[in-house]
Design a protein around this ligand. Structure first.
Ligand SMILES: Cc1cc2nc3c(=O)[nH]c(=O)nc-3n(C[C@H](O)[C@H](O)[C@H](O)COP(=O)(O)O)c2cc1C
Length: 363
């Protein structure tokens, strides 16, 4: 378990200090909302209030899973949670695997509920743990530890495959997810970590009991990139090669939002490379319910509470202005505005059998 602590510290340091962004677009540059010269609403009447899996949020925004398990992580989680509570947006903890094995690390996760007593909080457990013997009991421990409103089960086959001694056993995983989803006390969210979710998988995830998805597509933080830097530091040439080779692997975020929202009735968090309020608004117009960010919020959290709070304000304000400019008074209306999808994203979606023209003609 000392190895996990070391890895977690490395992940934070590498994410903050090295180039870890995918070198491929999320697709949002191909996605255009229609400007309304006369929006016929007042900016002041635009409401960002929304709900996700039955939980009320003041804006369609969530701090995606980042960390836990160390003293440094506890400080970061405290700042993230204080701001999530202040703004009444969602927040997730990082993988809680370590907290089950080493109870002394629990406070680094439970601080989130202490600092964010009323807002939407997600627990986080890795799907690979299911192959290593975890089930509903361990998942429920993680939920109870932070009094979570939902459990995100993260999927990271790419990251595990490009890291030294990664957990790459996924055979039989749907049956295990089904068992788990039946026995936990909160809704289950299936969460990718930067390579996106295809509609074929999303449909199966819904069948085995998921209530939501966090699609985390390619275009933002690349776990191949993170593992590339780590492999380089520890002198593992083969993993360094793989990390570089698969740096841009995955389904672009905008594509994954369209695929999964079209083929399922699941509630969807768009994440993976979202960096602006405009992109959050585009995600919602494409069918997502919330936008999530990890690295941008981590960068601000290490600067301090004020820096993060200000940044979240900027993003919320930006979403609000975009909603005004497209004439959407609320999130429901934003989710129905016409969208023009061009370029590589349109081509990808068309080849996968989605009609991008349906997004232009809706009123
Ligand atoms: C330092 C760091 C640690 C992360 N740890 C986790 C984790 O423990 N569990 C998880 O589901 N995702 C984890 N993620 C992935 C993010 O939640 C997110 O899916 C991914 O970074 C893409 O979003 P971004 O481009 O906004 O960073 C982590 C991301 C970062 C940057």
């Amino acid at each position: 378990m000392r190895g996990i602590v070391k890895r977690k510290l490395r992940h934070i340091r590498v994410s903050l200090e090295k180039e870890v962004e995918a070198d491929i677009s999320t697709g949002f540059k191909d996605v255009h909302l229609i400007h309304r010269a006369l929006p016929e609403i007042d900016l002041d009447e635009v409401s960002l209030e929304t709900s996700f899996l039955g939980n009320k949020l003041t804006a369609p925004l969530v701090i995606s899973a980042i960390t836990g398990g160390t003293e440094e992580a506890k400080d970061i989680n405290a700042v993230l949670a204080e701001v999530a509570e202040e703004k009444q947006i969602g927040i997730s903890v990082g993988s809680q695997r370590i907290a089950v094995a080493q109870p002394e690390t629990v406070p680094s996760f439970s601080i989130v509920r202490v600092k964010a007593p009323t807002t939407f909080v997600m627990a986080n457990v890795g799907t690979p743990q299911l192959s290593l013997g975890w089930g509903a009991t361990e998942a429920q421990m993680c939920i109870d530890m932070i009094e979570a409103d939902a459990l995100a089960l993260h999927m990271n086959p790419l990251q595990e495959a490009v890291q030294v001694d990664g957990d790459t056993k996924y055979r039989g995983v749907y049956a295990k997810i089904k068992e788990l989803s039946n026995d936990i006390s909160v809704p289950l969210i299936m969460k990718e970590t930067g390579a996106g979710i295809a509609w074929e998988d999303a449909v199966k995830m819904q069948e085995v009991g998921a209530s939501g998805l966090e699609i985390s597509g390619v275009g933002g933080t690349s776990w191949s990139a993170v593992e590339y830097h780590i492999a380089k530091e520890v002198g593992k040439k083969d993993m360094e090669y793989l990390g570089q080779a698969l740096w841009n692997w995955g389904i672009p975020t905008a594509v994954s939002v369209v695929e999964t929202s079209n083929k399922t009735t699941l509630e969807i968090i768009a994440s993976g490379g979202l960096r602006t309020g405009v992109e959050v608004a585009k995600s919602l117009a494409l069918g997502a319910n919330l936008g999530g960010m990890a690295k941008p919020f981590l960068e601000k959290a290490v600067e301090g509470r004020e820096a993060l709070s200000e940044h979240v304000d900027h993003i919320i304000r930006e979403i609000k202005v975009v909603m005004f400019l497209v004439g959407a008074k609320n999130v429901e209306e934003l989710r129905m505005v016409p969208v023009v999808i061009l370029g590589r994203t349109a081509e990808w979606l068309n080849r996968r059998g989605f009609d991008v023209d349906e997004y232009v003609t809706r009123t």
